[in-house]
Design a protein around this ligand. Structure first.
Ligand code: AMP
Length: 215
């Protein structure tokens, strides 16, 4: 199963993707997570990406494609994958098309998650992320609090509010999304494998996606 997960920052792409990874036994490939891990390792890619990420802007396509191409060649992708947060621009969608063609792979679903902007804002500002780069578990101070305040349930590292989840940066990320990523809906909407689904209650969303994919 090869899936692209689209939607605004904070709509729930990460949450829904991580549920689908269990159902279909495929990895979730989040370009945001890959980049954050490169930044914390201090790699060449991380150094190049860091300033774009801090301000909530987009990292240049050549860096993104390098990350995606190398990740898709790993063994765990033979069963399929979920692309979460990629593509983010029409140019990236075109590059992905070429890459998949070169690998003789086709997509099974392009899913667009939808939620009202005020809900997205609330979700993003209440999110806390595990500071351990190899964990990166996500909590929410209202809906999914950790067992101990400020501490990761899984690896006991401190939880932090990401720099790019502060309110003014989020406003900028939403503007960047509308300008660069929303046009992707137009780009994909006539594909028979494209569909939009509300993401208010994650369980309902996963059930809806499952019904659609298994039919
Ligand atoms: P995310 O966790 O998906 O919201 O990504 C966090 C940040 O990483 C974004 O605000 C961008 O700066 C960068 N990023 C992640 N994926 C991409 C992408 N496909 N294209 C460009 N920048 C990206």
């Amino acid at each position: 199963m090869r899936i692209i997960m689209l939607g605004a920052p904070g709509v729930g792409k990460g949450t829904i993707s991580s549920e689908l990874t269990k159902l279909y036994n495929i990895p979730q490939i989040s370009t945001g997570d890959i980049l954050r891990s490169e930044v914390s390792k201090g790699s060449e890619i991380g150094k190049k990406a860091e300033s774009f990420m801090k301000g909530g802007g987009l990292v240049p396509d050549d860096i993104i494609m390098e990350c995606v191409e190398s990740r898709l060649s790993e063994d765990d992708c033979t069963n399929g994958f979920i692309l979460d947060g990629f593509p983010r621009t029409i140019a990236q969608a075109e590059l992905l098309k070429t890459l998949l063609h070169r690998k003789s792979l086709s997509l099974n679903a392009i899913i667009n998650l939808e939620a009202p902007e005020d809900l997205i804002m609330r979700r993003l500002t209440s999110r806390r992320t595990c500071s351990n780069p190899s964990c990166q578990a996500i909590f929410n101070i209202y809906t999914k609090p950790p067992k101990r305040d400020g501490v990761c349930d899984f690896c006991e590292s401190p939880l932090v509010q990401r720099e790019d989840e502060k309110e003014e940066v989020i406003m900028h990320r939403l503007r960047v999304y509308k300008e660069n990523t929303l046009p992707l809906i137009e780009y994909y909407k006539n594909e028979p494998i494209f569909f939009s689904i509300p993401c208010i209650d994650p369980k309902e969303t996963v059930d809806g996606i499952r019904r659609r994919l298994d039919s």
